[in-house]
Design a binder for this molecule. Structure first.
Ligand SMILES: Nc1ncnc2c1ncn2[C@@H]1O[C@H](COP(=O)(O)OP(=O)(O)OP(=O)(O)O)[C@@H](O)[C@H]1O
Ligand SMILES: [Mg+2]
Length: 361
């Protein structure tokens, strides 16, 4: 029996009153359409299009625009001395050989800056995640985090009310999935702070080159890792004993590069670059901080960041005669002080270091 259309009706563009065969055909064609990423209309501002008018661009072009705008980091004030170049070269060699690189080092020695710089030099967009106790596998891979709901209310015949609510879950990729799919460079900062179970997902990425998305089904469950994918991890050597020890299986699949505090010359160049003070002053600050560093326990050692802070403070407070160099050093070093007795000991340490350096000069 053939169905004869009595009311050639369309509700929101969709034909109603279809035979089973027509319905199946329309479903098949809508699946095909969903697979193809359609062109979308977005506003893009280019030199040729100053008004930012709407233009039709493909999804691929949209992704490229996002990569250029948001995923290409600019590393400002990065200093390259022979020792920085040496580590940078080693990192690049290992990444080009296809291994993830793990930078391990004490607080404030320059791990994150180096990771960002090398990632930038790899020439691919960069995605970023910070390790933390609360990070879960979903924070790495993504999840069904957006809901699209659609309601159809049909009251075509006055005494028949038909209503249909459809809620669709939409999958959103997080940094690891983006990096594996599109060949980005992933920076996983302080990754050892994350619970090891959440990082298990990385094992198959490095071993089999497959990212398995546990909450997806069928062929969508597996993402083949893109050949341009790179990963740089950082972790703090001082925290290693305290927080989650990253599982050995994961560490076995990475190359470990230990980065200690840079030498005097590099640290002074970094301080000069960040604060704009003279070379002579930068060298003085660095030598005082390095002398203090030698005397304090690992967890309290001031890093390069402390040198930059003292130098920036010195510049900003120039002319305020009542704050001298010793006080500046004390204020910056005191950020990890636990008691008045500890403070007194630190003040004494700073004075001793300064006297010792003055005698040497
Ligand atoms: N090569 C470099 N060129 C310029 N600045 C640098 C360089 N290396 C480190 N720095 C500066 O030194 C400071 C500390 O560096 P960074 O934050 O990278 O250290 P970190 O080891 O990641 O520290 P944390 O352990 O606290 O995370 C930052 O202000 C950074 O800008
Ligand atoms: Mg860091």
């Amino acid at each position: 029996m053939r169905y004869i259309e009595a009311h050639p009706r369309r509700v929101r563009g969709e034909a109603i009153h279809m035979t089973a065969a027509e319905k199946r055909a329309s479903e098949i064609s809508s699946i095909g359409a969903a697979d193809m990423e359609p062109d979308i209309q977005v506003r893009i501002r280019t030199p040729a299009n100053r008004d930012g008018n709407y233009e039709m661009i493909s999804m691929e072009a949209k992704r490229q625009a996002i990569e250029e705008a948001y995923l290409t980091p600019e590393v400002k004030h990065f200093i390259k001395t022979p020792e920085v170049i040496e580590i940078e070269t080693r990192m690049k060699l290992w990444l080009q050989a296809g291994y993830p690189v793990h930078l391990i080092g004490p607080t404030g020695c320059g791990k994150t800056s180096l990771a960002a710089h090398v990632a930038h030099e790899m020439g691919r967009p960069v995605v970023w995640i910070n390790g933390d106790e609360a990070v879960t596998t979903n924070d790495l891979i993504g999840g069904y985090s957006q809901m699209q709901s659609e309601s159809v209310r049909d009251n075509y015949i006055h005494n028949v009310f038909k209503s249909k609510d459809v809620t669709k879950m939409e999958w959103v990729d997080n940094p690891l999935t983006l990096a594996c799919k599109y060949g980005y460079t992933l920076i996983y900062n302080e990754f050892s702070r994350t619970k090891p179970a959440a990082n298990n997902i990385l094992l198959s990425v490095f071993e089999e080159g497959i990212l398995e998305l546990p909450t997806k089904f069928g062929e969508d469950r597996y993402v083949k890792v893109h050949p341009d994918f790179n990963a740089i991890f950082t972790s703090n050597s001082v925290e290693y004993a305290g927080i989650h020890r990253p599982q050995d299986a994961l560490l076995d699949r990475m190359v470990g590069i230990y980065t200690d505090y840079y030498g005097c010359e590099t640290e002074a160049r970094i301080v000069e670059e960040h604060s704009g003070i003279s070379q002579e002053k930068a060298e003085r600050i660095v030598s005082v901080v390095r002398a203090i560093r030698e005397k304090l326990p690992d967890a309290q050692k001031p890093g390069t960041r402390a040198c930059i802070m003292i130098a920036t403070g010195m510049r900003a407070l120039n002319g305020h005669g009542n704050i001298n160099f010793e006080q500046l050093c004390t204020d910056v070093i005191a950020n990890k002080t636990s008691s008045p007795a500890d403070m007194v000991a630190k003040k004494k340490l700073i004075q001793d270091c300064m006297t010792q350096l003055a005698q040497l000069a």
